[in-house]
Design a protein around this ligand. Structure first.
Ligand SMILES: [Ca+2]
Ligand SMILES: [Ca+2]
Length: 161
């Protein structure tokens, strides 16, 4: 459980609010009024990613527009140099209740706008129920096995909004 110790380090770094819209280390998106973080050094399966974001008073990213998708692709590209592995990034939707119907798990609302990569979702091996932005797809969306270990993006409403 190496990532648990990373979690503690990450938590310590982000305890103090700094008077800006986002905590230190989070990236502010003025258009959507959201703060995003890609916790470098932390990786986990989908449920662990969900729990991690939740512990940071945030949620796994909920992507609701082309603008938000593009913003996060940009954030991934900027962050990538500080990440050790070539992995995908979990975001907050699953289709584990009904195959092919993706739900933003934290909000229990259906995903309305999709940014699928080519050939996705394919439910490969009949067991891909969690949504991720995939490296091989240029960070377009794919469905992945929820047990697979990936990076992830947390999202939080900016302060003072
Ligand atoms: Ca969002
Ligand atoms: Ca897939």
């Amino acid at each position: 459980m190496e990532h648990v110790s990373y979690l503690c380090v990450f938590a310590l770094l982000f305890v103090a609010a700094n008077g800006q819209q986002c905590r230190d280390g989070w990236t502010y998106d003025a258009v959507r009024g959201s703060c995003y973080a890609i916790p470098t050094g932390a990786e986990g399966n989908w449920a662990e990613a969900m729990g991690y974001c939740s512990a940071m008073s945030s949620e796994l990213a909920v992507i609701e527009s082309k603008g938000e998708q593009d913003f996060l692709v940009n954030l991934i590209n900027k962050t990538k140099a500080s990440l050790v592995h070539d992995k995908d990034f979990w975001i907050g939707a699953v289709d584990i209740l009904e195959e092919g119907v993706f739900i933003w798990a934290n909000r229990l609302t259906q995903v309305e706008t999709y940014f699928w990569g080519q050939g996705q979702p394919d439910n490969a091996h009949g067991r891909q129920g969690c949504l991720r932005m995939e490296s091989e797809l240029g960070w377009a969306w794919g469905d992945g096995a929820c047990s697979s270990t990936e990076y992830f993006i947390c999202e939080q409403e900016a302060e003072g909004r």
